[in-house]
Design a protein around this ligand. Structure first.
Ligand code: ATP
Ligand code: MG
Length: 432
């Protein structure tokens, strides 16, 4: 016997009970984005490998050890499953000259791939909602992006997600801080782990992003980038904070927040919960004014964020959220060949009227069909036997207690009666 095939480790199936949660989440996200004027963009899942190396930076966790890269066996091209969406979005922006006329507010949702050690909240295929803006240079858009997060948490019924912000300044300011950082870590060489030692002269800022608990005290005492910022960078940072304060949005300035990708400058931020264990960051982003030019486009200020859908859905589930049961309005029971032919017609006719119908398929006794009708959660069953079929009628049977008696109706009158009763039960629900 052949071995049963399994999904790739760290890449999960999302089964119907869970997927319904995802759909509700996605609907909430889409209407939230619309409320702020963001427009969708969809990029390929596979991009040329050099795109990510150039955008994310060679000396980063993602590029050094997390990318699924391969050579296209047909033409030798180096390709990578996208580990994040910003690089592809910027590539598309440049390729299609999207920011030429006016600034852009864009979003996308979809799979990302990183070869990490799978654990709760960390997978090898995961999903992000990414939000990117192009052509806005002031602190107002940074603040808008941050405050949007707060509204989404409220829309999703989530509480206790904390905001951390920092400023990474500009490249020249970072260069000065970098020298100070190298000098500091050189004095503590014996305490550095292998990763940190390797990065000491290539990307010392990344050491601050280390997840190694043994390095935390050392990193906490390291020179702070914020002390190296010039007037303009400080003014931008203050501008963001002012808008957050005006909006009554609490935040902490975390000088160690440096983000795991090289393209950021000025504002960076993360939304963090303590309810998901070690994988507590549900949303992260910042400004990346240099990236468009770095990838071959015209200088274009940019700012954005990405949120992890698995982590947010887990948070919604942990906080007791249940999706409204996606039950049909009607389960259609039928038996006998004339009845079955009529049932198909009735089902389509009801759907024309906007009624969701689960048409019984696969035969079986009335009794076994009625069991399925009861189990599916629909408020009504329609029952058609050959007697009913002969007169063009059907039994309409309420399935919920107190919803009235079974009635025989002309099939053409079913829709009106069902819609009437659905509306009645909704208004009753609202009064309760
Ligand atoms: P972390 O520090 O947790 O590794 P990151 O800085 O690598 O996160 P980003 O690249 O900023 O993450 O991605 C944005 C968001 O995407 C994260 O805040 C998280 O919610 C989610 N995310 C990142 N990597 C994974 C993963 N492997 N599995 C599930 N979600 C992830
Ligand atoms: Mg990571």
């Amino acid at each position: 016997m052949s071995q049963t095939l399994q999904s790739v480790r760290g890449m999960n199936d999302i089964l119907p009970d869970e997927a319904e949660f995802w759909e509700i989440f996605e609907e909430t996200v889409r209407s939230w984005l619309k409320a702020y004027g963001y427009r969708p963009i969809r990029m390929p899942i596979v991009e040329p490998t050099p795109l990510f190396k150039r955008a994310i930076g060679e000396v980063t966790d993602i590029v050094e050890k997390e990318m699924y890269s391969f050579t296209d066996s047909l033409n030798g091209e180096l390709l990578t499953l996208r580990p994040e969406g910003t690089a592809g979005c910027v590539r598309a922006l440049i390729q299609h000259n999207l920011a030429a006329q006016h600034p852009r507010r864009l979003y996308y949702m979809g799979q990302m791939f990183r070869h990490e050690r799978p654990q709760k909240g960390r997978y090898r295929q995961f999903h992000q909602v990414g939000v990117e803006t192009f052509g806005f240079s002031g602190p107002d858009i940074d603040a808008e992006l941050i405050l949007m997060g707060a509204r989404l948490w409220a829309d999703l019924g989530l509480e206790g997600i904390q905001l951390q912000i920092n400023s990474l300044g500009q490249p020249a300011e970072r260069a000065e801080h970098r020298s100070a950082l190298i000098a500091y870590f050189e004095q503590h060489l014996e305490k550095l782990d292998e990763d940190a030692r390797r990065r000491l002269y290539t990307n010392p800022l990344r050491i601050l992003d280390s997840k190694n608990p043994d390095l935390q005290a050392l990193c906490a005492a390291a020179p702070k980038l914020i002390d190296y910022l010039g007037e303009e960078s400080l003014a931008h940072f203050e501008g963001v904070q002012q808008i957050l304060r005006d909006a009554g949005q609490p935040f902490t300035v975390n000088p160690r927040l440096v983000r795991g990708l090289d393209y950021y400058n000025l504002t960076v931020f993360e939304w963090v919960t303590d309810k998901l264990g070690a994988q507590g960051t549900v949303c992260a982003g910042g400004r990346y004014d240099g990236l468009v030019e770095q990838l071959g486009g015209k200088v274009t200020p940019a700012c954005g964020f990405a949120m992890g859908i698995e982590r947010l859905v887990a948070l919604i589930r942990d906080s007791g959220g249940e999706p409204a049961l996606a039950a049909p309005d009607v389960y259609l029971v039928h038996q006998g060949s004339a009845a079955s032919r009529l049932a198909f017609r009735v089902a389509e006719g009801l759907r024309d009227q906007g009624i969701n119908v689960l048409l019984h398929c696969g035969g079986g006794s009335f009794k076994s069909q009625m069991k399925k009708a009861d189990a599916c959660g629909a408020p009504f069953a329609i029952v058609i036997g050959d007697d009913e079929a002969a007169t063009g009628e059907a039994q309409l049977k309420p399935l919920r207690a107190g919803a009235g008696e079974q009635r025989k109706l002309k099939v053409d009158d079913l829709a009106e009666s069902i819609i009437g009763q659905l509306i009645d039960s909704e208004t009753v629900g609202e009064q309760e």
